[in-house]
Design a protein around this ligand. Structure first.
Ligand code: HEC
Length: 148
């Protein structure tokens, strides 16, 4: 399973984020075991929309495989491929950025890339995800990376 290996590598930070998600999804009762593939109906996430645990889990996977290389595993903007990028990959822990940015903008830049929203084209588009719920899952993941 992807989860065990990655969790070992990324350590406590990912576990903390994972715990925050379960909390957000109000999924303590009747949680499906990881990997069961059962989409348990979740209470609305911040923003009033329901994201299933399966979508949030998929978003974590996608973040680790596609985004962490630049944004860093904890979203600090310090991924291995961030060196030399100007402007640098966004630091998602920055609370003033979190407050200022809209959910819609986050979803749009993920789907269509920096070039589509007047940002650096070094932020790549993800056309294969554009119309999928995982884009909203990634937005929630990013929200969860804000410094506490
Ligand atoms: C090749 C490096 C790279 C990868 C991979 C990458 N990004 Fe980015 N990302 C950037 C850079 C550079 C910026 C800063 C763009 C700017 O400020 O002009 C950025 C900015 C962002 C922003 C903030 C936009 C803003 O207006 O402040 C979000 C949200 C984001 N990326 C999400 C993601 C997600 C989610 C993924 C994975 C699906 C991802 N990025 C993958 C380089 C990358």
């Amino acid at each position: 399973m992807w989860g065990n290996a990655l969790r070992r590598q990324l350590g406590a930070a990912v576990l903390v984020v994972g715990a925050a998600w379960s909390g957000m999804a109000c999924n303590e009762k009747g949680a499906a075991p990881p990997g069961s593939g059962t989409a348990v109906a979740a209470a609305p996430a911040k923003g009033g929309e329901a994201l299933s645990p399966a979508v949030l889990k998929e978003a974590e996977e996608v973040f680790n495989s596609r985004c962490a290389v630049c944004h860093g595993p904890r979203g600090a903007g310090d991924g291995a491929a961030s060196a030399g990028l100007t402007p640098p990959p966004r630091n998602f822990q920055d609370t003033s950025w979190q407050t200022a940015v809209s959910d819609e903008h986050i979803e749009k830049i993920i789907a269509y890339g920096g070039g589509a929203v007047g940002r650096s084209p070094a932020m790549p588009p993800n056309p294969d995800l554009a119309d999928k719920p995982v884009v909203r899952g990634l937005r929630e993941h990013i929200r969860g990376l804000a410094a506490k």
